[in-house]
Design a protein around this ligand. Structure first.
Ligand code: AMP
Ligand code: ZN
Length: 466
């Protein structure tokens, strides 16, 4: 079966291939840098990372643009309250986002672009929309007339045709019930930043930012546009209206939206105050790859209920895989090749690939790997696993890790010093002499988690870095 994705636009799972050549042109809405991101936001960015990696695994190249929204209503409000310029204020959160993304092993998009560096392109787009009669001015602001775009509502699958003409909404974020003509360009206000442009002085609304940056780098029709589910309306609906009203072409072929990370029955959000940042969880001793694993393990179109139990399960799952890999790397297996197990390895590989081809079904992809690990561990115990089966099994793990990327030790763990290792090894020897084997095993796992492999030899314990 070919690669397929669900598109919010058609509400169906469709076969995916890029429009032109071998390169996927993809735009994802990045963070609004008014504050630190929380692990809900990171769920969406992790989904996009899995999507990137899977597209590449399937032989495509990527031209992926992610924006940083560094001007919007909230940022202006918060920067003002903090007595900082926009740049001073957003620099801190932009860097924090980049650090979190790196810790979470999120690949850097081919282009990471800032809204404030594209203001003139936004103004140009608005001028184009005005020439087409899709806008009107009121008190120095420019609004998009949604009745000028007959397709309005096609992404969120709502019928907005009965909406009162001329009713406007000035904020960037609002509910479907408040669907109105929205602000493309906002008049300068006392104490707010503004830019001089061909359409006059002012600042952009949030929605026009993404249309302008996406089309500038990726052309008028993108292959994929993605974001969290809450962006469907109004943000992406408005992006479609602006872009398609201007070009007359479909703005994006696939619209992919990830469901929210929730706590209990509430979505995780800054404004509700029910959130964890990455730093919160790292401060509690969790490794970033455990969080990455948890966020990636639930298929992106399902809600993910965050619990500490599930985070512990993620820690255990990674440990199991690392132990398995270590076993492959260090145990001496009988010579030869077990053909049946080789066939079993290929089957697991096929199941892994078929699951991800099926709209990124990460849960099934993981199940395929874990079932294989369970069966081959038993085969090792029974002496059926042969030296010739090691390479193919390691190859399967490498395929898995090209997407999930959780097996390598974290950068922090890798920075463990030699004297620290020696001290821990001595402590473990002590535990063994005291016949506290549970403690000794636990310490071996902890060291492994930090990238240190212990080998018990006749001459004593040797260690090496992975
Ligand atoms: P924002 O910085 O608010 O624009 O959000 C950045 C991204 O995180 C957007 O794609 C949102 O849709 C997404 N997002 C916000 N809250 C959650 C959540 N609780 N779970 C998953 N994604 C979220
Ligand atoms: Zn956007």
């Amino acid at each position: 079966m070919p690669l397929r994705f669900y598109s919010t636009l058609t509400q169906t799972v469709e076969q995916f291939a890029p429009l032109e050549g071998n390169t996927v042109r993809m735009y994802t809405c990045g963070p609004t840098v008014w504050n630190y991101v929380h692990i809900g936001n990171l769920r969406t960015f992790t989904f996009q990372d899995i999507l990137r990696r899977w597209l590449r695994y399937r032989g495509y190249q990527l031209d992926h643009v992610m924006n940083i929204t560094d001007v919007d209503d909230r940022i202006i409000r918060e920067a003002k309250a903090a007595h900082k310029t926009l740049d001073e204020y957003t620099a801190v959160y932009t860097q924090a986002f980049l650090d979190d993304a790196a810790a979470m092993r999120l690949e850097r998009p081919e282009r990471l672009v800032r809204a404030t560096e594209h203001i003139q392109a936004m103004a140009r787009l608005i001028a184009g929309l005005s020439e087409k009669g899709c806008t009107y001015q009121s008190e120095g602001s420019i609004y998009f007339r949604i009745s000028a775009f007959p397709g309005y509502g096609k992404l969120s699958h709502m019928d907005f045709s009965g909406i009162r003409a001329g009713a406007r909404v000035d904020t960037d974020r609002y509910d479907k019930a408040d669907a109105r003509d929205f602000a493309l360009w906002k008049a300068p206000k006392e104490g707010e930043p503004f830019w001089e442009t061909e359409i006059g002085a002012g600042r952009p609304g949030w929605h026009i930012e993404c249309s302008a940056m996406a089309m500038q780098y990726l052309g008028e029709t993108l292959d994929i546009h993605a974001g969290g589910i809450d962006l469907t309306f109004p943000h992406h609906e408005n992006e479609i209206a602006q872009s398609e009203a201007l070009t007359g072409k479909p703005f994006a072929r696939f619209w992919m939206h990830s469901e929210h990370l929730i706590l209990g029955d509430q979505t995780m959000s800054k404004s509700l105050g029910n959130f964890f940042t990455l730093a919160d969880l790292l401060g509690q001793g969790y490794q970033p790859e455990a969080i990455r694993y948890l966020l990636a393990s639930v298929p992106y179109r399902k809600k993910l209920n965050f619990t500490f139990d599930s985070l512990h399960s993620a820690v255990t799952a990674i440990q199991r895989l690392r132990n398995y890999k270590l076993r492959l790397e260090t145990e001496k297996f009988p010579e030869g090749l077990n053909e049946k197990l080789l066939e079993r390895t290929w089957q697991a590989s096929r199941e892994f690939e078929e699951s991800l081809d099926d709209d990124l079904n990460t849960a099934e992809a993981l199940a395929a790997v874990f079932e294989f690990v369970r069966e081959t561990n038993s085969a090792m115990d029974a002496g059926e696993f042969r030296a010739g089966n090691v390479r193919p099994a390691l190859d399967l793990l490498a395929r898995f890790d090209a997407i999930f990327d959780v097996l390598g030790p974290s950068a922090k763990a890798a920075s463990i010093s030699e004297s620290e290792i020696e001290a821990l090894v001595a402590e473990r020897n002590q535990a063994r002499r005291a016949r506290d084997f549970a403690r000794a095993d636990q310490m071996r796992s902890q060291l492994l988690e930090r990238g240190i492999i212990l080998e018990d030899t006749k001459e004593g314990v040797r260690w090496k870095r992975k």
